[in-house]
Design a protein around this ligand. Structure first.
Ligand code: PEP
Length: 249
């Protein structure tokens, strides 16, 4: 049985005051949550939010991580530093990082390895653009993104990682993949890991991301290979996020 997990990616939103209100509401609701909950605020707020989450069951994640362990990399933050301020998880390869900051499959794979080396659990984001879906190459694209990490990290590394399928055309657009579309790609991802190691493939948790809302979460999470969600916009509204977590649990 895979324990469901819902992660909130706050992207570049929030302030100390807004964060405190949001966290207070989430902590209050977390007593009843039976799924694992992770929040990924902007890096600069991690330490403070980590302290606010100290006695709660909510885990802390970063939105990105440097591929290097330390050194002359101005502006970057290492996995060990993120761990030091209370993070347990790190998103790697979010589509905004891939598209806006030119992160290619090789760099994403290095970030995945660096996250684990620094003691974090990576949440590897994969997904196709609308143009790629319309060309019928979704599996080719997602397979290539996965294989880059499998080649560098090895299949055993997926025993300590999650994968988030996030079709780029569904992120922040209000267009959600149908539960069947999500399930098809999730099945494809799981089969790809199972082909290398059946136990790890069967156990790895696969999250769906892309305009998840309270109104569509339950039907997405009901699919057999959808083990929870990676939620952007809706994770900034406490009520909405709590309802999404309840749908996963
Ligand atoms: C995301 O940022 O990963 C995401 C899925 O965003 P949204 O839920 O807003 O589509």
């Amino acid at each position: 049985m895979r324990r469901p997990l819902v992660a909130g990616n706050w992207k570049m939103h929030g302030s100390r005051a807004e964060n405190a209100r949001l966290i207070e509401a989430l902590v209050e609701a977390s007593d009843t949550a039976t799924c694992e909950v992770v929040v990924c605020p902007p890096c600069v707020y991690l330490w403070e939010i980590g302290r606010q989450l100290k006695d709660s069951t909510i885990a802390l994640g970063s939105q990105d991580v440097c591929a290097e362990a330390q050194g002359a990399f101005t502006g970057e933050v290492s996995a060990a530093m993120l761990k030091d301020v209370g993070c347990s998880y790190a998103l790697v390869g979010h589509s905004e990082r891939r598209a806006l900051y030119r992160e290619d499959d090789a760099l994403v794979a290095r970030k995945f390895v660096a996250a684990q080396a620094g003691g974090l659990t990576p949440i590897l984001c994969v997904g196709e653009t609308l143009e790629e879906r319309e060309r019928g190459v979704t599996e080719e694209v997602v397979g290539r993104q996965l294989d880059a990490v499998l080649a560098l990290a090895g299949v055993a590394a997926f025993g300590r990682a999650l994968i988030a399928y996030e079709p780029v055309w569904a992120i922040g657009t209000g267009k959600t993949a149908t539960p069947e579309q999500a399930q098809d790609v999730h099945r494809f991802i799981r089969d790809r890991i199972v082909a290398r190691d059946a136990t790890i493939g069967g156990a790895v948790r696969l999250l769906y991301g892309g305009s998840v809302k309270a109104a569509n979460a339950a039907e997405l999470f009901a699919k057999p290979d959808v083990d929870g969600g990676l939620v952007g916009g809706a994770s900034l509204k406490a009520d909405e996020f709590v309802r999404i977590c309840a749908a996963a649990a």
